[in-house]
Design a protein around this ligand. Sequence first.
Ligand code: URA
Length: 210
Amino acid sequence: MKKELTTINHPLVQHKLTLMRCKETPSSSFRQLLKEISMLMTYEVTRDLSLQEVSIETPLCQTNAPLLGGENIVIVSIMRAGNGLLDGILGLIPTAQVGFVGLYRDEKTLKPVEYYCKVPDQLENCLVIAVDPMLATGNSSVAAVTRLKQAGAKDIRLLSLLAAPEGITCMQNEHPDVSIYTASIDEKLNEQGYIVPGLGDAGDRMFGTN
Ligand code: URA
């Protein structure tokens, strides 16, 4: 079953993304923009959450009104850059649980190697939103999703600020059941595996390293 690919074209998202792409944007602004965009993207990723009518009393009368239907939501940061999306998402879904998958790229094999994994129990009953600002080659996101499936996850969405066509193809080939949400499908990857035009190294931009 092939899930969808959604590009979030909202003008606020596109405006903030352009500011993030600018190389002069300092880390403090970059982090703030990422937080704001992650909130706006969360709105789209959670669009189909179920609602339940509950009986409440307003100051004027009794009425029925909708509340979230009780899906267990887990946000999984694909470290380290995924951490930059957590604040914004948790601002909108404060009851979400949070997991972490840490991967680095082996210099010889160029394959992702897991160095950390801590995710909530019973992922099989949860909507899991994996977050990584950059879907570049797709290797680390694919490895993270594979790990989440090993931990039981069945309903997984991937939220990536920017995506390269190569990364999308890789994810759709390996995990066709995972819906992808992105703010932009950029042109290509360069020889170093950076998204072009992109925004550079998201972790470095966020944390002031290089
Ligand atoms: N990771 C990044 O941080 N930036 C890219 O362009 C590609 C992968």
